[in-house]
Every structure is written in structure tokens, then in C-alpha cells.
Design a protein around this ligand. Structure first.
Ligand SMILES: Nc1ncnc2c1ncn2[C@@H]1O[C@H](COP(=O)(O)OP(=O)(O)OP(=O)(O)O)[C@@H](O)[C@H]1O
Ligand SMILES: [Mg+2]
Length: 356
């Protein structure tokens, strides 16, 4: 038996590919788990995304061609061709809620088995949802067997009454069918659809952080995705409908520059904390239609950015409170996504939220 287990560990898993249909970029990553169970990335394809709005596909044609190009690059880099992909989903339409399921078992002499859990999960899929919504994930949280609470894995126990708390994630059917349509038109089959905040958490967080309690904030272009973990279990997920593009839009309006120049200003000179910037530093940038030069105060730029980042984190804090795990986040807030590259963001978040 031990020999067989070693054998399994020594073989890397087959190559597979995952697709992130983002607001600013479409990204295909080909990889596998190596013989030690670690993720090995063998090819990445990254293409600008123009057919996605706040995480939701708004132009099929543009999205299909970007998917094809991203997959093609990942295929060339990894030396493999793929017919099926794992796909992520996000967007404002995503909602999450808690629900409780109860199963009364006929025979308390038999051990609780996988079939009992599967039955509880199937029951969750029968929940009545708002029209146009569908269930994307049903994630078991904790179980109660008879009167014993707080059980993470009830398999093998005996008991008559099995209760479970579930974290249920729903999204608009039309948003997921558009993703499936794009993937199919790109000549691929979607193996599964994973909520982006869950996928980010898998990639970024350690088991220790998830155990201690942590909030992961993924600041993308169109949305900011939040996932909260405690005791190793996902407790809450939320998609906030603003991200880095909203910051860029504010700069364009506030400084009277094009979106393109606003993006440049943000990435090159931007700061999330105006107090860190000297009052008298001036940036010179081309005006609209390249007419003359505009002078912009670096501190004003930071004030514009700070206001929007604070607003985003007010939403994050509200969701953390709503989750009920405000006091349990021992590992604090972890920030990822393109927006996380903003200067002084970690300091601002620490001052504004009192989490670090
Ligand atoms: N150095 C930087 N400083 C500040 N912001 C940055 C920097 N680099 C990238 N960004 C911002 O990050 C955002 C893009 O992030 P990301 O690539 O994670 O988004 P996405 O996955 O395409 O979008 P979404 O997840 O919303 O669908 C853009 O708004 C971009 O301006
Ligand atoms: Mg993203």
C-alpha cells in the first residue's frame, strides 16, 4: 500500500489549462501538479480583454478571439494542445448566502458516508432562487451529528440526525451561459466554472492563513473580489463592483486627462496615501489630443486615488462585518490582483481598516 502511494506521488498530474476571463486581460495558464504535489506552470497566454465589463462578458466576438489567442500562446509555451479548460466566473451578479440542511438517517448503526453528504448537497440545489439565478457552488461548512456540533468531517461517525451549514454561491444563468458560449466558440469545452475569489484564494493563501482567519481582497480592473476564511473553511464571498478601472476613471475626470494618460499617471506616480506625498511635486503630462502640457500635482493625484480606494475598502469592511468574522481574522487582510500594485496601498488599508 505504502509503495503504491509513493508511486502516485512520483507521477505528475496530466497538463491542464485554466482560463481567467478578466475585465482588463484574458489569461490562460497551463500547468500540472509536480511529483511533490506543487503547482508547476508551463505556459501562460495573456491577451488584452475588450469584451468584458465588470467581470461579465459583454461582447462575445471580442472575447472569443481573445480566448483563442490566450489559449494558443499557452499551448505553444507548454508544447501541448488542449480541448477542455477550467474557467473562472466573477461579476456583480454573484451572491453568497448561508443555508442549513438536515438529514434524518434511517439506520444509525451504519456509518455516515459520502452518499449522506451528497444527499444534503443535492437538497441545497433544490433551493428556490430569484428568477434568472443559478447555483454555482455548494460548500459544506460544519456539521452537527445528533447534538455534537462543529464537526468538519462527519464521515465514519454514527448518528441519526445529520445537520450541515452550507455556503451557497449563486450567479446569473445568462452570465455563466455566455462564458460557456465563448469557450465553446473558441473550440474548447469548459470542464467546470469556479468562482474567481475561490480560485484566487487557492493560489494566494496558505493553509495557516486560512486556518487563523483571513480576508483575501483581489482588486481587479472591473471588480474587487473578497473571500473570507476561518478554521480552514471558506465563510463568505462577495464581489464589489469597483476596481482599478474606477480609480483610473476618477483620475481622468479629476485631472482632465484621457483614460490612457490617467492609467499611466496611476501606475507611474500614483499613491493610495496622500500623506506620503510632498505637497509641491508636479507631474507634466500631454493634454487631450496632445494639445500642450498639463501640470498635475502628485498630491492631488494621490487624494483622488485615496478617496476611491477608501470607498472600495468601506465595502470590504461592510462585507467583513456582514460575514460575522470581523473579530476572527487573525491573519488580517491579504491583497492581490493588479490593483494591489498601487504604492502605499498596504499602509492605507492598515490605517483605514485597522487590519494588517
Ligand atoms: N502598478 C500598478 N499600480 C496600480 N494599479 C495597477 C498597476 N498595475 C496594474 N494595475 C491595475 O490593475 C487593474 C487590473 O488588474 P487585474 O489584471 O487583476 O484585472 P482583471 O483580472 O483583468 O479584472 P477583473 O478581475 O476585474 O475582471 C487595472 O485597473 C490596472 O490599472
Ligand atoms: Mg481578475
Amino acid at each position: 500500500m505504502e509503495q503504491a502511494e509513493k508511486q502516485v506521488q512520483q507521477n505528475p498530474t496530466p497538463l491542464t489549462v485554466a482560463l481567467d476571463i478578466g475585465t482588463t486581460k484574458i489569461c490562460a495558464v497551463a500547468g500540472r501538479l509536480d511529483k511533490f504535489g506543487k503547482l508547476e506552470i508551463l505556459g501562460v497566454g495573456k491577451v488584452a480583454s475588450t469584451g468584458v465589463n465588470r467581470g461579465v462578458v459583454s461582447n462575445i466576438e471580442k472575447t472569443v478571439s481573445a480566448i483563442k489567442e490566450a489559449i494558443d500562446t499557452a499551448e505553444k509555451a507548454s508544447g501541448t494542445t488542449f480541448s477542455a479548460v477550467h474557467v473562472g466566473i466573477a461579476g456583480q451578479h454573484i451572491k453568497s448566502r448561508q443555508h442549513r440542511g438536515i438529514l434524518t438517517r434511517d439506520n444509525n448503526h451504519d456509518e455516515i458516508n459520502q452518499a449522506d453528504i451528497a444527499k444534503l448537497i443535492t437538497d441545497m440545489h433544490k433551493l428556490v432562487l430569484p428568477p434568472g439565478d443559478k447555483i454555482l457552488h455548494v460548500i459544506p461548512q460544519e456539521f452537527t451529528v445528533d447534538s455534537e456540533q462543529g464537526i468538519t468531517d462527519p464521515i465514519g461517525m454514527s448518528g441519526v440526525r445529520l445537520e450541515a451549514n452550507f455556503h451557497i454561491i449563486t450567479g446569473q444563468t445568462s452570465a455563466s451561459s455566455n462564458i460557456f458560449r465563448c469557450v465553446e466558440r473558441a473550440g474548447l469545452k469548459a470542464i467546470d466554472l469556479t468562482l474567481e475569489p475561490i480560485a484566487s484564494a487557492h493560489a494566494v493563501l496558505s493553509d495557516e492563513e486560512k486556518e487563523a482567519g483571513v480576508a483575501l481582497v483581489d482588486i481587479g480592473g472591473g471588480t474587487t473580489d473578497l473571500s473570507i476564511f476561518k478554521d480552514g473553511i471558506i465563510r463568505h464571498t462577495a464581489v464589489i463592483p469597483f476596481g482599478g478601472n474606477a480609480i483610473t476613471g476618477d483620475i481622468a475626470e479629476g485631472c482632465h486627462v484621457t483614460k490612457k494618460n490617467a492609467e499611466k499617471l496611476k501606475v507611474k506616480f500614483g499613491s493610495a496615501l496622500a500623506d506620503e506625498i510632498f505637497e509641491n511635486r508636479i507631474i507634466s503630462i500631454n493634454g487631450i489630443n496632445d494639445r500642450g502640457h498639463k501640470e498635475i500635482s502628485e498630491r492631488n493625484l494621490a487624494l483622488i486615488i485615496q478617496a476611491r480606494v477608501e470607498e472600495i475598502f468601506d465595502f470590504v469592511l461592510w462585507e467583513i462585518k456582514r460575514s460575522g468574522y470581523e473579530r476572527g481574522l487573525i491573519a488580517g487582510i491579504v491583497i492581490t490582483g493588479g490593483g494591489a500594485l498601487l504604492n502605499h496601498l498596504d499602509k492605507l488599508v492598515e490605517y483605514h481598516t485597522s487590519f494588517n
